[in-house]
Design a protein around this ligand. Structure first.
Ligand SMILES: Nc1nc2c(ncn2[C@@H]2O[C@H](COP(=O)(O)OP(=O)(O)O)[C@@H](O)[C@H]2O)c(=O)[nH]1
Ligand SMILES: [Mg+2]
Length: 312
């Protein structure tokens, strides 16, 4: 029998959240009433930042499973999707955003126009904004992206924290303090931070209203655990949005499609994967429950068809 088990220490263990192999089961799961305890807490977190900052990597690590595609190339995440993390009496809703897209980028990278749907639509509903910056990128770490700043300025009532990601790639860690001073304008949680004099004057492109700053590596389990604890501590009393067995709102087909796309982006040259489409079918083997996946890839150009299979 499935159910929750109350432990001696008062914590509650939910059955592990997962994605059922059939989309109709997933829809059924998404429609189930949240199995929340009387003292339930909730926190809706939106992770924003430039493409490649590590937003999807962080979400996957927080969820403990890969549900979002990750790539070095931009625009792996095509639309907004969410992940659900339920622990004891608390539910954290993670909104993974596609990053920043402008008309010029859509044109340049031959992208799907649907990416132009306001990427910040979900921000309005969030209880906490996590701004991610890739500190291994000299350019990105020197200033906050204009679109990110705009988003922060438009939602001043939503608490925001700064996450300096990919610290594992940074050779001299003491640079992190300068980066923090730069990106926060030298102010965190209303207080002027103590840093040694910065050689350059603090940039005008920082945000002086961050509540906290985290320096971490999304690929490090312990680092991510610190952030998860922060979310749990900051969750507010309120109703859960989903049943505790829900892991994401994506269908199993959507997860397959986006992860295959991630591989196409990784292995195929330049613009080829951007013009490819897929049709995915999933079915479960009756005998041993094995999941079979059939994928059809459609290429626009004849040359892409000849070229593609040789890369796998
Ligand atoms: N070394 C290192 N690589 C990371 C870290 N976080 C993300 N990445 C890599 O950065 C790239 C972009 O990550 P992704 O999560 O797709 O970024 P998104 O566009 O913001 O969702 C991928 O190749 C990740 O493996 C990190 O903390 N350290
Ligand atoms: Mg992403």
């Amino acid at each position: 029998m499935k159910g929750k088990a109350a432990e001696a220490d008062g914590s509650t263990h939910h059955p592990p959240a997962s994605v059922p192999p059939h989309s109709n089961e997933q829809i059924g799961l998404l429609q189930r009433h949240p199995d929340q305890p009387p003292d339930s807490k909730v926190l809706k977190v939106v992770i924003i930042g430039a493409p490649n900052a590590g937003k999807s990597t962080l979400s996957n690590q927080l969820l403990g499973t890969k549900v979002f595609a990750v790539s070095k190339k931009v625009h792996t995440t095509r639309c907004r999707s969410l992940g659900v993390l339920t622990e004891n009496d608390t539910q954290i809703i993670l909104l993974d955003t596609p990053g920043l897209t402008t008309h010029s980028k859509v044109k340049r990278h031959h992208l799907d126009k649907s990416l132009l749907v306001d990427p910040w639509l979900s921000v309005k509903e969030a209880d906490l904004m996590v701004v991610m910056v890739d500190v291994s990128d000299r350019w990105m770490r020197s200033r906050l992206d204009y679109e990110v700043l705009k988003c922060l300025a438009q939602h001043p009532h939503i608490p925001a924290v700064l996450v300096l990601n990919k610290v594992d790639l940074m050779k001299s860690k003491d640079r992190l303090l300068d980066v923090t001073a730069q990106l926060t304008g030298g102010v965190v949680n209303g207080r002027r931070i103590q840093v040694r004099p910065v050689i350059k004057p603090p940039s005008q492109q920082g945000w002086p209203h961050f509540k906290d700053v985290f320096m971490l590596s999304s690929v490090d389990r312990e680092d991510v655990e610190t952030l998860k604890t922060y979310f749990i501590v900051n969750a507010k009393p309120g109703s859960w949005l989903y049943h505790s067995e829900v892991l994401t709102d994506q269908s199993p087909e959507e997860i397959c499609t986006s992860i295959i796309r991630e591989k196409l982006l990784e292995y195929l040259p330049q613009e080829v994967p951007y013009s490819m489409t897929q049709s995915v079918e999933l079915w479960q083997d009756g005998e041993n429950g094995q999941l079979d996946i059939s994928v059809k890839l459609y290429a626009i150009k004849e040359s892409h068809m000849v070229r593609s299979p040789t890369h796998f």
